[in-house]
Design a protein around this ligand. Structure first.
Ligand code: GLY
Length: 581
């Protein structure tokens, strides 16, 4: 580590040299997929095929997003869904942007203490397993809101490919099987889920088996025929409410009848000349990405280099400070006042930078706000069409296969999104997030999310579409893909594949994927006081899906010589694909 007496000289040199530092890809990955007219990147290849077919037939990116959303509900049941919730960020060809919130709402009968016992202690599993964990689902209403306002195709045309895949089934490949791994016991507990997602002998599916979902095909057909009423006012809502009542849940028909999509102003910020548009509350994602980027803008990351101790130290400290805001100050905007303007303000970032010691790790406990007591599965897809309309969708059941329950006769897996609320202030949730009162449970409220569907433009033109699953890591995964492209010069495939680090304030640990940091870097970080460890759960780090426009990396874009659309699905996904035409 440098001695403090060299500090001012080295900062001067760093700032001077960073201007001239060569941009180079430091990771090794397959080539991005290249195309001239449209690109669809999803976690399951059949869904990508369906999306690109919609584009080829003249549908726009919003049409393709709706078709992909329904298709993933069939071919990627661990996270694709109509029984969960999500967000859609849209950048239209004229540069206008919007954001759709179709995330779950708490049932009207929900209470702040519903997951606590008589002594006020959390009852393990209550917010993650079974019907009490289920929030009121939003995708069917969200997709229809998007299609009817911004799409061009009839619903039936967009939903038909999903119906066919559910009715006829599809052959599971090794990549599909991976998402079923370790879920047999949970799925076996719910007879309706087991009947679909396990073999008749109770064993898990293997590669080569065909997954047929007859009930889901019927549910999708009734949505295609009757629209959102089929889900929110008709037989599907009735079946879910009945199953919930039979199994100790609190969902009521009124919860479904009152469900509404919110169209919100996206969060916006600028990072080194790039315009970022991302998710506003009830997601923390866009705000926290902007806050971290604003802090990092004061450091010459390009010069310091990917994976260097100085770069990682700056990233960790920025994450530490921003996650304090995430976990203590944010919640559903219909219920709490979110400090949106402050968190995206560059002078707030400057204040935070002034508190960061360049040679020493911060201490998370010291950032605990007064009065605050001490807390995997999602999927993202990115689409762009020939006209330049771009759509980023992240939607989720929360945990893998959600709450692990299917209302009999519907074929629809239900979420366990209620766990994203603060079940008990100061107690970690599924993702280890320790959260506060702003995200406490209230009837009709939406739990705070980390989902960060993000679209970036430069000089008024689309530049990047990006997002990821990964629970609390969604924010840092999306952030790292962005800085890997903008600061480290990686191509889009390298940027989503590169090993990652993560810090979320509490626990006060730096998590890294295997090989993300060299032994030398780890030693330097430990000497600064960081507790660095390979994440035991590294298999579940999210799988990003990105598109870069005008070239595969910044150098190619600036030279004006790249393919128009460059798609990359994270190599961590076994089943995903980027498809263009
Ligand atoms: N359920 C993950 C999230 O919304 O952040």
């Amino acid at each position: 580590m440098r001695s403090p007496c060299l500090k001012s000289l080295s900062i001067t040199l760093i700032v001077a040299l960073s201007t001239f530092a060569p941009r180079q890809g430091l990771a090794a990955s397959p080539e991005p997929v290249k195309a001239e007219h449209g690109m669809v990147v999803t976690a399951q290849h059949l869904a990508s095929d369906i999306g690109v077919e919609v584009l080829k037939k003249g549908g726009n990116a919003i049409d393709a997003a709706v078709a992909v959303g329904y298709a993933l509900a069939v071919v990627y049941p661990t996270a694709g869904n109509i029984g969960g919730g999500g967000f859609m960020t849209i950048r239209f060809k004229d540069g206008k942007t919007t954001f759709l919130d179709f995330r779950e709402r708490a049932p009207l009968a929900a209470t702040k203490t519903m997951y606590l016992d008589d002594k006020g202690d959390l009852v393990k599993g209550l917010s993650t397993e079974g019907y009490l964990a289920v929030g009121v689902p939003g995708p069917v209403m969200g997709f229809e809101f998007a299609r009817s306002r911004y799409g061009t195709k009839p619903l039936k045309e967009l939903i038909d490919p999903a119906i066919e895949l559910a009715r006829e089934g599809f052959v599971l490949q090794q990549g599909d099987i991976e998402s079923f791994d370790g879920e047999t016991e949970r799925l076996a507990r719910d007879p309706a889920a087991a009947a679909i997602f396990l073999k008749p002998d109770g064993k898990p599916f293997a590669a080569g088996d065909r997954l047929v979902q007859t009930d889901l095909a019927a549910s999708l057909s009734s949505i295609a025929e009757k629209g959102t009423d089929a889900f929110y006012k008709g037989a599907i809502a009735d079946a879910i409410v009945k199953a919930s009542a039979d199994k100790g849940g609190i969902l009521a028909k009124e919860d479904f009848e009152r469900y509404q999509v919110r169209e919100l102003e996206p969060v916006k910020c600028n990072y080194r000349g790039y315009d970022i548009v991302s998710s506003p509350p009830p997601s923390s994602g866009g705000l926290i990405i902007c806050e971290i980027l604003n802090i990092l803008e004061g450091y010459p990351l390009s010069y310091l280099g990917y994976g260097s101790a100085e770069t990682v130290h700056a990233m960790i400290e920025a994450m530490r400070h921003a996650y304090v805001d995430r976990n203590t100050a944010l919640g559903d905007p219909a219920f709490v006042e979110n400090p949106v303007a402050k968190l995206v303000d560059k002078s707030y970032a400057k204040e935070i930078r002034a508190k960061i010691d360049p040679f020493k790790a911060g201490v998370s406990q010291e950032l605990m706000p007064a009065g605050f007591t001490e807390s995997k599965e999602t999927t993202h897809y990115s689409i762009i069409d020939d006209e330049g309309n771009a759509v980023a969708v992240t939607y989720t059941l929360n945990g893998s296969f959600g709450a692990g329950v299917v209302a009999p006769g519907t074929g629809i897996l239900l979420n366990n999104e209620m766990d994203d609320f603060t079940a008990k202030p100061g107690t970690p949730n599924l993702y280890g997030l320790v959260q506060g009162e702003a995200n406490a449970i209230e009837p009709g409220k939406t739990p705070l999310s980390s989902m960060s569907p993000t679209i970036i433009s430069r000089d008024g033109k689309p530049f990047m579409v990006i997002g990821s699953p990964g629970g609390a890591r969604i924010i840092t995964i999306t952030l790292e893909a962005i800085i890997n492209v903008i600061d480290h010069g990686m191509n889009i495939q390298e940027a989503v594949d590169a090993p990652r680090v993560h810090h979320q304030w509490l626990p006060d640990k730096v998590f890294m994927e295997p090989y993300a940091l060299s032994p030398d870097t780890r030693k330097l970080l430990s000497a600064m006081g960081h507790d660095v460890q390979v994440d035991e759960n590294w298999m579940i780090w999210g799988q990003a899906a990105g598109i870069l426009v005008g070239g595969e990396n910044v150098a190619e874009i600036e030279a004006g010589g790249g393919a128009r659309y460059n798609g990359a699905v994270d190599s961590r996904i076994g089943a995903g694909a980027a498809r263009g035409y």
